[in-house]
Design a protein around this ligand. Structure first.
Ligand SMILES: *Cc1c(COP(=O)(O)O)cnc(C)c1O
Length: 382
């Protein structure tokens, strides 16, 4: 294949999902599997479901529609509030939307009425990270209003931390969420079945502290990449290499290390200083900033990333490589998002079970760290 491709090992995703589902079920927490980094890939969604997630979530309607069109039956949550004019589509494909504006709930109510059904809403509460959600002091009034809106089922409260300001989920903020839930239930005389405490950044909290009323976490990055977004460290026992990016070489030539001529800004601002250290093998692979965040790539041993422009990723390799030869990279979340979104990167799935299930019990998380994947050393051109 001559274009860059992302290889996705669905078994590793399933095993990661199962490990997290098992861990959290011991704490009374269900897992919503978040598919947005894969643009709502039905294959990835099915792997998450096989691993035991109770529902799927995505921030984009388009992705949820893809899941529904692929015949996925699991309940779907729209994680980012729809706009009022998207209400019909939201109601048609999702069972729950996470919301924070009464105008949006009114639009969802009207849409659900037109479809002759009802729609669940999870009211998002702002607990310090300053992204979406209403202030705690406004929760009671809004929840009362929503619970009395026709065709709307107030399904619960949710919050999201560690995305904008990096605020860490803690006993304090999670306790505040639990207390709000209990207070609402008393004051409004209703039961809130879903208390969604956050995303993958909540895992350390969930392992260390009692969950209180929190009974759902929305997990994307931890299932897909096996790492903790607060530290970007691998979660023990999870696979960190379910995704890899394979890119063909287009040029591999001996070149000097320092530029020649007067320099101004490069295509993406001031280039990192290049000091003369003699001649090296400079290898270019056919991918660029349009398709990937170069900072988020882990090259194979013996290969380093020197620079990236729109369409060229410039590497240093130990030997010259033949054009067409492939180099395999690991990806972080930012790189994954961009490669999945680029129309120039194809996706391929690995589904071969590496071990018969009867012989390999699912990995239990948070055991000794997994050894990082062995990466392909780059072979020399004869
Ligand atoms: C993306 C997203 C998630 C999942 O976050 P991860 O860090 O990938 O687990 C959860 N909730 C909301 C609202 C999101 O937008």
């Amino acid at each position: 294949m001559t274009c860059p491709r992302v290889e996705i090992d669905l078994d590793k995703i399933e095993e990661n999902a199962r490990a997290l589902v098992t861990l959290l079920s011991g704490r009374g927490i269900d897992v919503t599997g978040v598919t947005k980094a894969t643009l709502g890939s039905p294959e990835v969604a099915k792997a998450m479901i096989a691993g035991g997630v109770v529902r799927l979530g995505d921030s984009r309607l388009e992705n949820l529609e893809i899941l529904r069109a692929a015949g996925i039956q699991a309940p779907l949550t729209l994680l980012r509030s729809p706009t009022p004019d998207q209400a019909d589509r939201a109601v048609a494909c999702a069972s729950i939307s996470q919301v924070s504006e009464i105008e949006v709930v009114k639009a969802l109510s009207a849409a659900a009425g037109r479809l002759g059904g009802s729609h669940g809403v999870v009211l998002m509460v702002e607990l310090g990270d300053l992204r979406e959600g209403v202030l705690p002091g406004d929760v009671l009034d809004l929840a009362r209003h929503m619970s009395r809106t026709p065709h709307i089922m107030l399904a619960g409260l949710g919050t999201n931390l560690a995305c904008r300001a990096g605020v860490v989920p803690s006993t304090d903020n999670m306790g505040e969420l639990s207390a709000l839930v209990s207070r609402l239930e008393v004051e409004l005389d209703l039961h809130l079945p879903i208390v969604s405490g956050g995303n993958s950044a909540n895992l350390q909290w969930a392992i260390a502290a009692p969950a209180g009323r929190v009974n759902d976490l929305r997990l994307g990055e931890s299932i897909l990449l096996g790492c903790d977004p607060l530290t970007r460290k691998p979660l023990h026992g999870l696979h960190t290499d379910a995704f890899s990016l394979v890119v063909p070489v287009i040029e591999s030539l001996a070149k000097p290390t320092a530029p020649r001529g007067d320099t101004g800004e490069a295509a993406f601002g001031v280039p990192t200083p290049m000091h003369e250290r003699g001649t090296i093998v400079q290898t270019i692979v056919s991918i660029g900033r349009q398709d990937v965040d170069p900072e988020g790539l882990t090259p194979p041993l013996g290969v380093s990333v020197l620079a990236a422009s729109s369409d060229h990723l410039v590497l240093e390799t130990q030997n010259r490589l033949a054009p067409g030869e492939e180099i395999r990279f690991g990806l972080d979340y930012s790189a994954l998002l961009r490669v999945m979104t680029s129309p120039f990167v194809v996706t391929s799935f690995t589904t071969t079970k590496r071990h018969p299930p009867s012989l390999s019990p699912p990995p239990s998380p948070f055991l000794p760290p997994v050894i990082p994947p062995v990466v392909n050393p780059t072979p020399a051109i004869p």
